[in-house]
Unconditional design. Structure first.
Length: 72
């Protein structure tokens, strides 16, 4: 499953890259991209575990950029 999300309060391109790299390391994620300029994130992951994976994605994003919110 591949889904796109809008990001709110992502403050720097470096943080976006760190988030992308960390998301790609989550088990079950096949691909991910975080676009700082567009404030968007795309996550491609296993269908049956997608909700659990998104919880991990939110946790990872909060560690890198505490103010950033993923709008679902």
């Amino acid at each position: 499953m591949k889904k796109k999300f809008k990001l709110q309060d992502l403050d720097c391109a470096n943080c976006a890259q760190k988030m992308e790299d960390a998301i790609k390391k989550i088990p079950g994620v096949t691909d991910a991209s975080v676009n700082f300029m567009m404030q968007k994130m795309t996550v491609e992951a296993d269908d049956d575990k997608f909700d659990d994976i998104m919880k991990e994605v939110q946790a990872v994003c909060s560690k890198v950029e505490p103010d950033c919110r993923i709008l679902m």
